[in-house]
Design a protein around this ligand. Structure first.
Ligand code: LLP
Length: 450
């Protein structure tokens, strides 16, 4: 498997047979920081933040709303600072994600709060710090946010999460806008319209606009087009009924990225130019002014910036039916640092990162070190026959939903995340230690519960 430029981060290259990221050799990074290791190409991350920001601004002009980076894809205090500095906003969907943004002194007027089951504590915190918007996801929440805003003596700006009833052409587990789903208010059932009326009647809520997010890792445009069209239709109905126009239309994230050779990639400018054309056309058709249009990309920013480095350990050849052979190459991580292949059947690629090999490529399976058969990182990959213990393998495009979905299964310690740039590297999330794992264990006498 050769180096594939469109799948690796921008500042990745092969130099003298070795993968170099942000000017740092893979072998040196592995030696210095250990493996598994998430390596973020800082310049690439910042470049993508700016690309989406500029694409929105250039194509929407005065109707550009906010790019809210979807922090669920990956967040740390340092990364939140990069996002703040870039001038874009952030989308948080739990109190934990909000805590990271606040720890980074993220400007609160650029924080948007999501979640289908926000607790009272999470809502109160969001209101008290003064987040820009809360995206309301259920009827129950209309009452809850209104009551908590009243208690804080505030009128909270909100968006309503709408389910436009579209099939996003991605995996069911990451589709979010068909009818039978836990998110949002359905247009078709009338729930969306009822929610609009309820928010309008709530004294401590100010309805700023409508939101939808149709799913993730999407390439086909028809889902985006249908969702946008239906939301603008709903905004027109609102205008007719309430005699004012909604200020914002937030169309969520979901833009796909390349994981393996041959996968498509999106050009943010092209995506935003198409979207601007569509929004303009639909608003004209409905007799509306163009609202502020916002988006929430996560994967398209974080995903391609990061490469996971693993060290190879055990190699095992397994005889298959028909005299075939499969080589199992086990690395020192696995489903605890990348659950996506196991959970979604997601495909990745890998290359030998620390040296070149002229050996024959053979049918291999890249597996982790967990006690589980499904602990597979790459089901089928041709890798050089001479790969052995101590070699470093690099799996690109692991920046989104890798570290952020990491677990401690089998009491594995979550890997470190480092940022590399211009030949220097720094830790931005340190590796967990056995002490971290044991710090949660409590051995104490039982206490009576009344
Ligand atoms: N906005 C909302 C309201 C979302 O729910 C999401 C993702 C995003 C934005 C960002 O979507 P993106 O641009 O990253 O596609 N764990 C899955 C992905 C789940 C996405 C959940 N919501 C995966 O690993 O593929």
């Amino acid at each position: 498997m050769n180096f594939i430029p469109e799948v690796f981060s921008i500042k990745s290259e092969m130099v003298a047979g070795e993968l170099v990221i942000g000017g740092c050799k893979s072998s040196s990074l592995a030696r210095e920081f250990g493996t598994p290791l998430f390596v973020i190409d800082e310049a690439d991350f910042k470049f993508r933040l700016n690309s989406w920001k500029n694409a929105l601004a250039n194509n929407f002009g005065s109707s550009a709303g906010q790019v809210y980076y979807a922090s669920k894809s990956f967040i740390s205090v340092e990364v939140a600072k990069w996002i703040a500095e870039s001038g874009i906003g952030i989308d948080v969907c739990t109190g934990g994600e909000l805590a990271v943004a606040l720890a980074a002194n993220f400007p609160v007027d650029r924080i948007e709060v999501h979640g289908n089951n926000k607790s009272e504590a999470e809502i109160s915190k969001a209101i008290s710090v003064g987040v820009s918007k809360i995206v309301i996801d259920s009827t129950f929440e209309i009452e809850r946010v209104n009551r908590l805003a009243a208690a804080a003596g505030k009128v909270q700006k909100v968006l309503l999460r709408i389910t436009p009833g579209v099939d996003a052409h991605t995996l069911e587990a990451i589709s979010t806008a068909h009818e039978d789903v836990k998110f949002g208010f359905s247009i078709a059932s009338g729930a969306a319209w009822k929610a609009i009326a309820a928010v309008e009647a709530a004294p401590n809520l100010a309805l700023e606009g409508l939101h939808c997010h149709i799913g993730s890792q999407i390439f086909e445009s028809d889902g985006f087009i249908l969702a946008t069209t239906r939301l603008i239709e709903l905004a027109a109905k609102f205008h007719k009924e309430f005699k004012r126009e909604l200020a914002e239309l937030d169309l969520g994230g979901g833009y796909g990225i390349a994981y393996i050779a041959g996968d498509k990639t999106f050009d943010p400018n092209q995506v935003m130019s198409d979207l601007a054309g569509l929004v303009t056309k639909e608003c004209e058709r409905q007799g509306l002014k163009i609202p502020k249009v916002s988006i929430e990309p996560g994967r398209a920013i974080a995903g391609p910036t990061t490469t996971t480095l693993y060290e190879v350990g055990t190699i095992k050849d397994v005889e298959l039916d028909g005299g075939k052979r499969r080589r199992y190459i086990a690395v020192d991580g696995g489903m605890s640092d990348n659950i996506r292949p196991g959970l979604y059947g997601a495909k990745y690629c890998a290359i030998l990162a620390n040296r070149t090999s002229k050996a024959n490529a053979i049918d291999s399976r890249l597996v982790g070190k967990h006690c589980e058969t499904g602990d597979i990182i790459i089901r089928e990959i041709d890798l050089p026959e001479d790969i052995g213990p101590g070699d470093i393998l690099a799996v690109p495009a692991t920046g989104a939903y890798g570290r952020s979905m990491a677990s401690n299964y089998n009491h594995m310690m979550k890997p470190a995340v480092i940022a590399v740039s211009n030949g220097s590297a720094r830790v931005i999330l340190r590796r967990e230690t056995e002490a971290d794992l044991l710090a949660l264990d409590v051995v104490e006498a039982p206490k009576p519960i009344k």
